[in-house]
Design a protein around this ligand. Structure first.
Ligand SMILES: *Cc1c(COP(=O)(O)O)cnc(C)c1O
Length: 395
């Protein structure tokens, strides 16, 4: 039985009637840019996240760029961001002329290592961008404490973590800005590109709103240089339909993660990640001491609500590519997020040397990680197939 890594049709096709009605409504009124549907989605998102201001934007990447522009980052300013994340986190820093400074991550929760972030602060450091990778919050108490101590702005890359919470607070609502993505493979996937920018700061929200439409207020009067960062009315209308079902999707993802914890966890050679080795959550840098383990399962911290955008295992002893190829040969979808860390990307080769140092854990993870199917519509037989196929490989 084939098990895809993600099946967007399994989620969208049951909503065909609702999505079609949304499409027809927008087609009839003919207001395709911003407008009523966008106002509605923004209000629903403010409510869902418990945040004061929300702006629908064209993508998660544009949410990041808009946040950096609204914070008036200048050429040469340095921004701390993890080396192990999707490209857009650091790409957007470079696009506003600032310098991404790559910070190592934790081998247990995959998020930014605050001790390493601290070591990389210079007189030019202006901001820090924690990423809540794979759907689990970074250690936001530590991020906020470091930011306060050094006067840094905090931009949360919450592209993978809509609905994930840190000590009861929604990720993306803790720093100065939070940036979400509705790319089809994200937990709230649109029918195209879209994103959201949130903040609790009224001034920043007003400024970002003006920058979203070329920096014009009123129309054709430009005090600033912004861009076209708008979300389409159609996309907003589709997202409002899907948002109603969102908590259900998350519950299924969490149930799927529990299934793997139990059934993969029972296989010989498979261990749960040990929180005692978490570099960031416990602020200690204990060496990994995984003995005889072949596969390490991800964990969710008690104080975190994990939304499992990805279920990412670590395959030790140089066996990752072999397991990936084996799963592919058995028609089980899996993918390496991410095979090349950002400090090793060609396009960043010209950042100052201190921005590229000391990302060893990130490099190790890039060689060990493998994400397996976790999407909400997986059925029991498919999950069992994933477990059985991994068991067959390990035997
Ligand atoms: C998906 C993603 C983005 C970019 O979102 P888009 O909507 O695809 O532009 C940024 N950061 C992270 C961590 C992501 O996973």
């Amino acid at each position: 039985m084939a098990v895809p890594l993600l099946d967007v049709n399994a989620q969208n096709h049951p909503l065909e009637a609702e999505l079609t009605a949304a499409f027809q409504r927008v087609l009839k009124h003919g207001m395709f840019i911003l407008g009523k549907e966008v106002d509605t989605l923004e209000a629903e998102m403010r409510e869902f996240l418990g945040v004061k201001h929300a702006l629908g934007v064209s993508s998660g990447t544009d949410a990041l760029v808009l946040a950096l522009m609204a914070l008036d980052l200048q050429p040469g300013d340095e921004v701390l961001c993890p080396a192990f994340t999707f490209f857009a986190t650091a790409g957007s820093v470079s696009r506003v002329g600032a310098v991404p400074v790559f910070v190592d991550v934790c081998p247990i929760c995959f998020n930014i290592d605050i001790n390493d972030a601290k070591a990389k602060i210079t007189s030019r450091t202006k901001a820090i961008m924690p990423v809540h990778l794979f759907g689990q919050s970074a250690d936001m108490d530590a991020v906020q404490a470091l930011a306060t101590e050094h006067g840094l702005r905090v931009i949360e890359d919450a592209a993978q973590s809509l609905g994930a919470a840190y000590k009861g607070k929604q990720t993306g609502t803790i720093g100065d800005f939070g940036c979400y993505s509705f790319f089809p493979s994200k937990n709230l996937g649109g029918l195209g590109d879209a994103g959201l920018l949130v903040t609790n700061d009224e001034k920043l929200a007003e400024y970002a709103k003006i920058l979203r439409v070329h920096g014009s207020a009123p129309k054709y009067y430009h005090h600033y240089i912004g861009g076209n960062f708008r979300i389409d009315a159609l996309q907003a209308a589709f997202l409002s339909v899907k948002l109603k079902h969102y908590n259900g999707y998350t519950a299924y993802r969490q149930a799927n993660a529990s299934f793997y914890q139990e059934h993969l966890g029972a296989l010989p050679g498979v261990v749960q990640a040990d929180p005692a080795h978490c570099k960031c959550m416990t602020a200690q840098s204990a060496a990994l001491a995984e003995s005889k383990a072949k596969v390490v399962l991800p964990i969710s911290y008690e104080h975190n609500t994990h939304i499992w955008n990805q279920y990412t295992i670590r395959v030790l002893n140089g066996q990752r590519d072999a397991l990936r190829d084996f799963l592919w040969s058995k028609k089980i979808g899996c993918e390496v997020y991410y095979p090349v860390t950002l400090d090793q990307q060609k396009c960043f080769a010209n950042v100052p040397p201190h921005a590229l140092q000391g990302c060893e854990v990130s490099h190790q993870l890039a060689a060990e990680v493998l994400s397996i199917p976790i999407y909400p519509e997986l059925n029991e037989a498919q999950k069992q197939e994933v477990v059985d196929t991994i068991a067959e490989f390990l035997a």
